[in-house]
Design a protein around this ligand. Structure first.
Ligand SMILES: [Zn+2]
Length: 678
């Protein structure tokens, strides 16, 4: 696309500073971009940039046919970049002012996206290009995918129906944004103060020290626990009062269900709009619409698979639960008791004490291992740089492959009150040229780990897996060899996007790899064979917990998007409760089963009727990992094949073909069931 405005075109001093920041080849300074002064001009600047985009798009449509080239379709620009940075900053440093700016700007932004997405002349340019120009393999794939998108979404619809689709898009974007914000706000409101340590005697020192620090920060004595996952799990595993655990459990499962944060009216609206959209596009329901081009083929097949998993998991559930009941002679047993008693059973019967295991996983040692393994497998090296950052805990690196600079890597890994407590990886800037300014990619990992007051951070095995997972997302994007952002790691088909990261979690369970990085924080001693043996015995311990808990969400997502949308909140609550109760063997309470109100993946993000992509990734991942397991988990031949057939390929081919290139066969379920111990 043509070059944007020059700096001298921005008479306003602050706008000029923001634009300069965006043009920088290295890391943008968030403190400058979103300072008090910048925020004042930001709404105006966003609109100006949008006007610029509109003009450029109008000119683009005038391009004479003989001048159509691939480059004119490449649409990286400062508006998208700035809006991306703004959204990211709001996620990790939430504030009402920023949120309002996003909220106010979004309708105009969506209008323009609609204009591009629904432009017939634009579609015809792609067709002309496909039919009359010479395309390389990557270009052909991108053009084919784009044309398919147009054709599946609206091109054959009459105009009145197109307008209705645009309206639906607009409303959905607003609803999704409000939905996520309500979850975030109601989460932030939750806190629990312990006035004594009466019920916290079993809790590890580091969790306690963090809770104490949080209490001091609020000027309240003793311990403060919040709703982020680390804090929540500390209570569920180590707090000896069943009453208090129940309170936490209930609050977590009823987030965003009351007062101004109640998300349920929005769910009713979203489900209705999705149904309407599917019918406009000639589908029975939203799930059918969503699965059109996915590996799983149809909603019926997904539901069948979920039922198969449920059946196998339940067999294991019964024997594991009986073991807990017998061991502790329990008469009643509730969902909020599960983490607590299984933790004690692990300690007493299997002699694995999580507090001791954690001592082998100090944050910096784990990070070093990840960096080392990236070097050993793919010749990647890192150099920490002193770039601008808005929090002292953030670390910024330059990453090189075979000494060639490839990407910036930001690690924002520790808890802040204003930060969303999920873990994720994202690409802030693609490696593409943005309006003629050459930019290097910026990829980041975000987690919410906790540090002790003395600066040390110990991770449990679940934290370590998360860290591996997000790091490998980064690596996947970084290793891509395509010139085009449309084909990069995160744009891979959804069937596949979680594969590289999920497969890496296996290296946290394998003895051979654990011995290379699990070192005791006090003695430096490598994890002992004895402890490894004990951990090995626990490999299938309570695997059904995860399988069934997730199964509830997968099924909920499928049923909400295949059945008729509920008319009232009560009907919605009933439906969700029935689905959950049907899968659970615990007796659930309706009052504390309102998880739909905080199910951001399907109502706030893009996972609707596709939440089970996580399951899909587990299935593919187990299958692919069996190949590593068979040949040795550090076998260079397998790692090279993984690189050449999958990591470097991005979305150049359909996911099923990528899988086939690596495995030389189609997907099989056996490895998944074996891994789960079902
Ligand atoms: Zn992931």
């Amino acid at each position: 696309m043509p070059i944007g405005r020059k700096l001298s075109d921005y008479p306003n001093h602050m706008k000029k500073i923001i634009m300069e920041e965006l043009r920088k080849k290295w890391i943008p300074d968030f403190k400058v971009l979103f300072s008090k002064e910048s925020i004042e001009v930001l709404p105006d600047l966003l609109l100006e940039l949008l006007e610029g985009r509109k003009k450029i798009f109008a000119e683009l449509l005038e391009t004479p046919k003989e001048k159509i080239s691939f480059e004119i379709f490449e649409d990286e620009n400062f508006l998208n970049y700035l809006f991306m940075l703004l959204n990211h900053y709001e996620w990790v440093n939430s504030s009402d002012v920023l949120r309002k700016i996003i909220d106010d700007f979004r309708p105009a932004y969506m209008d323009f996206s609609n204009e591009v997405e629904f432009s017939k002349p634009y579609y015809e340019m792609f067709i002309h290009f496909r039919d009359n120009c010479t395309l390389d393999v990557e270009q052909k794939r991108i053009i084919d995918l784009t044309i398919r998108n147009f054709e599946q979404s609206w091109i054959h619809l009459p105009e009145d129906k197109q307008s209705r689709l645009k309206e639906i898009n607009q409303s959905m974007a607003k609803l999704g944004f409000d939905f996520s914000n309500n979850v975030l706000d109601s989460e932030k409101e939750f806190e629990y103060f312990f006035g004594t340590d009466e019920f916290l005697k079993e809790m590890p020192e580091d969790d306690l020290s963090v809770a104490k620090e949080k209490a001091i920060a609020e000027w309240k004595a003793w311990y403060r626990f919040t709703s982020d996952i680390t804090s929540y799990m500390a209570v569920m595993k180590f707090c000896s009062s069943s009453e208090i655990r129940k309170h936490f459990y209930t609050c977590r499962n009823t987030k965003a269900t009351s007062g101004k944060y109640d998300n349920r009216p929005m769910i009713l609206e979203i489900l209705k709009l999705r149904k309407e959209e599917s019918i406009l596009l000639w589908h029975k329901n939203y799930a059918e619409n969503s699965l059109v081009d996915k590996m799983a083929e149809s909603p019926e097949k997904v539901i069948e698979l979920l039922e198969q998993i449920r059946e196998r998991a339940i067999g294991k559930w019964e024997s594991d639960l009986q073991e807990i009941r017998d061991y502790f002679s329990l008469e009643s047993f509730w969902p909020w008791d599960l983490a607590y008693y299984s933790r004690i059973l692990k300690e007493k019967k299997y002699e694995v004490d999580e507090k001791e295991v954690k001592k082998y996983f100090e944050y910096d040692t784990v990070k070093k291992w990840l960096f080392d393994i990236a070097e050993r497998l793919y010749s990647i090296t890192f150099e920490e740089i002193d770039a601008p950052k808005f929090d002292p805990e953030i670390r910024i690196y330059k990453a090189f492959r075979d000494w060639e600079f490839k990407s910036y890597f930001i690690m924002d890994m520790f808890y802040r009150k204003e930060k969303t407590s999920w873990a994720w990886a994202d690409c802030l800037r693609e490696k593409l040229k943005i309006e003629s300014a050459d930019n290097d990619p910026i990829i980041l990992n975000v987690c919410s780990f906790q540090r002790w007051t003395d600066g040390k951070a110990l991770l449990n095995l679940w934290n370590v897996q998360t860290m591996f997972h997000e790091f490998w997302h980064w690596l996947h994007v970084m290793l891509s060899e395509s010139k085009h952002s449309w084909l990069n790691g995160f744009h891979v088909e959804w069937d596949f996007v979680e594969l590289p990261s999920q497969i890496m979690e296996n290296w946290c369970n394998e003895k051979e790899s654990l011995k290379t990085f699990a070192k005791h924080i006090d003695t430096g001693e490598v994890i002992t064979d004895e402890l490894l043996e004990k951990l090995d015995k626990l490999q299938h311990f309570m695997t059904w917990v995860w399988a069934l808990a997730q199964n509830q969400y997968w099924m909920l997502d499928m049923k909400l998007h295949t059945e008729e949308p509920p008319e009232t909140i009560e009907e919605l609550d009933d439906k969700v409760f029935n689905i959950f109760q049907d899968i659970s063997l615990f007796t659930l309470e309706k009052e504390s089963t309102k998880v739909h109100a905080s199910f951001t993946h399907i109502f706030g993000w893009g996972y609707a009727a596709w939440y089970y992509s996580y399951l899909w990734a587990e299935i593919i991942e187990a299958d692919v990992f069996s190949e590593f397991k068979k040949n040795g988990i550090f076998n260079p031949e397998v790692w090279n094949r993984f690189y050449s057939t999958i990591l470097s390929q991005w979305a150049r081919k359909p996911a099923r073909e990528l899988f086939h290139d690596f495995m030389w066969r189609d997907i099989e379920l056996d490895a998944y069931f074996k891994k789960q111990g079902f």
